[in-house]
Design a binder for this molecule. Structure first.
Ligand SMILES: NC(=O)c1ccc[n+]([C@@H]2O[C@H](COP(=O)([O-])OP(=O)(O)OC[C@H]3O[C@@H](n4cnc5c(N)ncnc54)[C@H](OP(=O)(O)O)[C@@H]3O)[C@@H](O)[C@H]2O)c1
Length: 287
């Protein structure tokens, strides 16, 4: 069987854990990053096989730590074929209430962590000539990276919009080099995503935003009851890893498709409203 090597961030639970488990079952090799190696190994249970999985303790905010983990993966498995930037966490807070520190802490992981990986893994993807389907990067964004209309999700949304924009440009840059990039926009999937250990809630609240503050409890009430099955999401990631012409933008989940359509219709309405005036802004040509 062709050797297939993956590098997956945020592997100790949720979608990342489901993905790593599946890769092991398929006989693939994986450098799996986490903040907590013990939890990763414990959660892999009987599937843990040190010949196939390299658990990597990584601080995604720290470029040195990311570089080290990529080098260790190459050292152990000789190459990297597929990178999945999965690490990320959610947040709840109005734009007015979120502090600078809170905002930067989320960008540090959701965006700059991903960027750290991409910047440092590309030299190895460029020189990978033995990848059966073509080396590739799969960035896990969110439906919130396309549909930004949820109150109190402005910060999370903006980190995920940033991933989407980055991936679109990256895909163009690396396609001529034989490398693919895909941005995945999942809808709501069942995982520990909403649990208190990682989900950020702005420290400050303002009574005037009571109607927004109240959305936190309804959001939290969906915890462990989300419609999306991570195993089915993983099925699709495996298909994308072999797609000879993978999409740059990939919504996953019926809710994701619905909201994308909603947003596209909103955009269509918005751009028509001022179209005549807004398209008459060039300097007039004088003969
Ligand atoms: N579940 C959903 O409904 C949903 C929807 C759209 C998009 N997503 C995205 O899908 C990805 C996976 O999420 P999930 O649903 O599997 O949630 P999850 O169970 O909370 O897993 C997220 C992973 O990201 C890593 N992570 C979380 N906070 C971190 C921090 N502060 N610093 C470093 N790493 C951190 C963790 O890795 P370690 O603990 O191993 O370090 C964790 O395993 C995320 O990017 C999320 O935004 C999820």
């Amino acid at each position: 069987m062709e050797k297939n090597v993956w590098y997956v961030t945020g592997a100790s639970r949720g979608i990342g854990l489901s993905l790593v488990k599946r890769l092991i079952q398929k006989g693939y090799y994986v450098g799996a990053t986490t903040r907590n190696i013990d939890r990763l190994i414990e959660n892999l249970g009987s599937l843990y096989n040190p010949d196939q999985v390299l658990p990597l303790c990584v601080d995604l905010k720290c470029e040195k730590s990311v570089i080290q983990s990529i080098l260790q993966t190459i050292q152990k498995f000789d190459k990297i074929d597929v990178v999945v930037n999965n690490s990320g966490f959610g947040s709840h807070g109005t734009v007015e209430c979120l502090s600078d520190e809170e905002a930067r802490s989320q960008f540090d992981i959701n965006f700059f962590g991903t960027l750290n990986v991409i910047r440092n893994v590309l030299p190895f993807l460029r020189t990978n000539t033995s990848s059966m389907y073509g080396p590739r990067i799969i960035n896990i964004s969110s439906i919130c990276g396309f549909y930004g209309g949820f109150s109190a999700a402005g910060l999370y949304s903006s980190t995920k919009f940033a991933i989407d924009g980055l991936t679109q440009s990256l895909a163009n840059e690396v396609r001529p080099l034989g490398i693919f990039a895909t941005c995945v926009l999942p809808g709501v999937f069942r995982s520990p995503f909403l649990d208190d250990s990682t989900f950020l809630v702005s420290k400050k609240t303002i009574p005037e935003y009571e109607y927004v503050n109240n959305t936190l409890s309804s959001l939290k009430s969906t915890h462990n009851n989300q419609q999306g099955d991570p195993e089915k999401l993983v099925d699709i990631l495996l298909l994308v890893s072999k797609d000879k012409n993978p999409p740059v933008t990939l919504p996953i989940g019926p809710d994701s498709y619905e909201l994308i359509e909603k947003r596209i219709n909103e955009i269509k309405g918005d751009i028509e409203k001022y179209k005549d005036l807004a398209t008459s802004t060039n300097f007039s040509f004088e003969a």
